[in-house]
Design a binder for this molecule. Structure first.
Ligand code: MEV
Length: 375
């Protein structure tokens, strides 16, 4: 039996979430929290998807899948086309999912079937496999858990089908050649489109390419200089859907383009200022730089609130941070999910402890202190 193990990281968007959907620049960096996938061949003729984090364990017969999905068009492995509404409906029907059900965990099954079928359909036979994915990332909290899912899935299936070279595992992380990464990212983006509707592609790109990057109009560039930032991630544990939040901003944009356009442009100005700051700052930021970065974080948080993607619980985190002299903003789609708090390099342990305690007292008990960026 063949066994493939792959992992893909989550991310923090520093600035530019939502604005990136409108072709504005965004910057993101990977997190040291990952999704871990194991693909195994099976001796029977079933395929299985097991996602214990979201309580999913589904099995499908290969023959039924071959028959049920034969009419769908996914393009070719090297030039795939996104799943249309009709294709998504057909896969939902095949998987026994209600057409109206757009829960992320259900759409993950649809994305799995689409990626599996799309990649294997050019082969003569669909293989019997089990895919098991367990994540360090909190699910649906803005840290890119779905992108890490789509990336690890696309990579495992492309590798199993022989379309990309075997991965090299370096320090627990999977690495591929640039052209293989492009293939993985293309398929992962299609998975993300199934799950989120009209995403920009930043989440799958950062999870595929790693490090720190900027994305604008679908174009990805690695940030050549980003200082190491210490952040505290605080999970509101308020569930939300990226698809709904992105659609909500779109609706406002369509109704009030003259109002929304300047807000989105202001977010982009913040992203650009932050990039400039990174370009000219040392690896450890000066207190002045930290102050500027903090002001920009604060401004963006207010703009995201104006776009309608805030949440009272996020406001409470931001207020708690402010009280302790820190700056915080939501990250990812907002509406709940996670906020990050920038922890300046000169912060004493006791100060951080005190802040931690305050968050604890307010019931925010899930958090990670982590570093993002750095070269
Ligand atoms: C979600 O992590 C980021 C958003 O900008 C959506 C997207 O870019 O697809 C909110």
């Amino acid at each position: 039996p063949v066994e493939i193990r792959i992992s893909a990281p989550g991310k923090v968007i520093l600035h530019g979430e939502h604005a990136v959907v409108y072709g504005k620049a965004a910057i993101a960096a990977t997190l040291n929290l990952r999704s871990h996938l194991t693909l195994k061949t099976r001796l029977d003729s079933m395929i299985q998807l097991e996602l214990p984090d979201v309580n999913i364990n589904e099995e499908f017969s290969v023959a039924a899948l071959q028959e049920g999905l034969q009419s769908i068009d996914c393009g070719s492995v090297h030039d795939p086309i996104p799943a249309s509404e009709e294709v998504i409906s057909l896969i939902k029907k095949f998987a026994g999912i209600d057409i109206e059900n757009n829960e992320t965990r259900m759409l993950a099954i649809v994305a799995f079937l689409f990626i599996y079928y799309g990649i294997f359909k050019e082969k003569r036979e669909l293989p019997a496999i089990s895919v098991y994915i367990k994540s360090d990332l909190p699910v649906g909290a803005g840290l890119g858990s779905s992108a890490a899912f789509s990336v690890s899935l696309a990579a495992a299936i492309l590798q199993f089908a022989g379309y990309i070279d075997s991965i090299k595992e370096a320090e627990g992380a999977s690495t591929w050649s640039t052209s293989d990464k492009r293939k993985i990212n293309n398929w992962a983006f299609l998975g993300e489109k199934v799950i989120h509707g009209r995403p920009s592609g930043i989440d799958n790109s950062i999870s595929t390419y790693g490090g720190a990057l900027r994305m604008q109009n679908g174009e990805i560039t690695q940030l050549d200089k980003m200082p190491t930032l210490s952040v505290l991630l605080v999970n509101t544990k308020v569930p939300r859907s990226t698809m709904t939040l992105v659609a909500g901003v779109r609706q406002k944009y369509n109704l009030y383009p003259d109002v929304m356009e300047p807000i989105i442009n202001a977010v982009e100005a913040i992203t650009k200022r932050t990039e400039d700051l990174f370009k000219f700052s040392a690896d450890t930021m000066s207190p002045d730089d930290v102050k500027t970065l903090g002001d920009l974080i604060d401004l963006n948080q207010n703009l995201l609130n104006a776009m309608g993607v805030g949440h009272p619980t996020l406001d409470r985190i931001v207020a708690a941070a402010k009280k302790h002299g820190f700056y915080s903003k939501l990250t990812g789609a907002g509406g709940g999910g996670c906020a990050f708090v920038l922890i300046p390099p000169d912060t004493s342990d006791s100060h951080l402890q005190y802040f931690n305690q305050d968050l604890n007292d307010q019931g925010f008990d899930v958090r990670w202190k982590t570093t993002v960026g750095g070269q």
